[in-house]
Write a protein that binds this ligand. Structure first.
Ligand code: DAK
Length: 257
């Protein structure tokens, strides 16, 4: 049995993936991570899907990697399993990913949310990298992405103590886009996904790519990268259509070409 509930076309251009292991607070076992990455790669190929929302349930987005599954693993087991390539596949996706987070987003769950491009949180969301409390450290990007998102001082405190932080703190520190009442967090994420899905898809992908480069390149290199993507968009039919539609005072019709 699968660990995901998938709804393609839940809104125009939008696919929803629900993590569905509620008895374990959506702990990310290997089968779930494999299913998730396979599903995302399949969605990456489907033209009709232009934005993807990943969510859990009200109690938990995901409470981390499955501790029961990895407890007795050796370093060699970990190395041979090479789960990191799965996580890297998510990082390389071109389509926009929105995490709709309610309840626990801990350890690998917080890392999964941070791999998404945008996080919408319910007011009950709790974030954290509690790996230190079970004798390890974040393994899927937490030390890097949390530090870049909320700054070194806060990341140090929360990664070294494993304490959780609230949705409101996450918003104040810039980790999440906004906090909404628990009844609305998924709706808000879907609304945002639909809005993004209505934009010209190649421009969306190149914009996502360029924003992500801001974390990896120097300013000079990043500006160069941005410029290349900017020029490239003038090769698309959607650029011509967008600018003509503006001048003709009509809504554009995107082709994704
Ligand atoms: N793994 C396995 N089971 C989990 C789990 C987890 N991370 N979190 C919760 N569960 C299970 C509990 O064991 C319990 O199952 P039963 O005992 O009923 O069978 C059920 O979910 C309900 O949990 P609780 O009874 O504990 O519920 P509470 O409300 O009392 O507490 C809690 C909720 C979220 C505070 C607590 O469950 C908790 O502290 N959970 C663990 C949180 C945690 O430490 N997370 C970090 C895990 S380490 C990697 C990539 C990433 C990672 C590793 C490798 N590679 C690429 C190789 C990431 C590592 C991690 O995330």
């Amino acid at each position: 049995m699968g660990f995901l509930i998938i709804e393609k076309g839940i809104r125009p251009g939008v696919a929803l993936i629900r993590l569905n292991r509620p008895e374990s607070l959506n702990a990310l076992n290997r089968a779930l991570v494999a299913e998730l990455t396979d599903t995302l790669l399949e969605m990456e190929r489907e033209e009709a899907i232009r934005a993807i929302v990943i969510t859990g349930n009200e109690r938990a987005f995901a409470a981390g990697a499955d501790i029961k599954e990895m407890a007795e693993d050796s370093a060699v087991d970990m190395l041979l399993l090479d789960q990191f390539q799965r996580w890297d596949q998510i990082k390389r996706l071109k389509k926009p990913l929105i995490a709709a987070v309610s309840g626990y987003a801990l350890g690998g769950g917080c890392e999964l949310a941070m791999l998404c491009d945008i996080i919408i949180a319910s007011e009950t969301a709790q974030f954290g990298q509690p790996e230190i409390k079970i004798g390890v450290i974040p393994g899927a990007g937490g030390t890097q992405r949390l530090t870049r998102a909320i700054g070194k001082a806060r990341a140090m405190e929360y990664i070294l103590t494993g304490k959780f932080f609230s949705a409101q703190q996450a918003e104040a520190w810039g980790l999440v886009t906004r906090v909404v009442p628990v009844e609305l967090y998924l709706e808000e994420a879907l609304r945002l996904a639909e809005e993004i899905a209505s934009m010209p898809p190649i421009a969306v992908q190149l914009a996502k790519q360029a924003v992500n480069k801001a974390y990896e390149l120097s300013l000079e290199e990043g500006l160069h990268f941005e410029r290349r993507n900017f020029y490239l968009l003038f090769a698309t039919a959607d650029q011509k259509e967008g600018m003509r539609a503006f001048m003709e005072k009509r809504p554009p019709k995107w082709q994704g070409r």
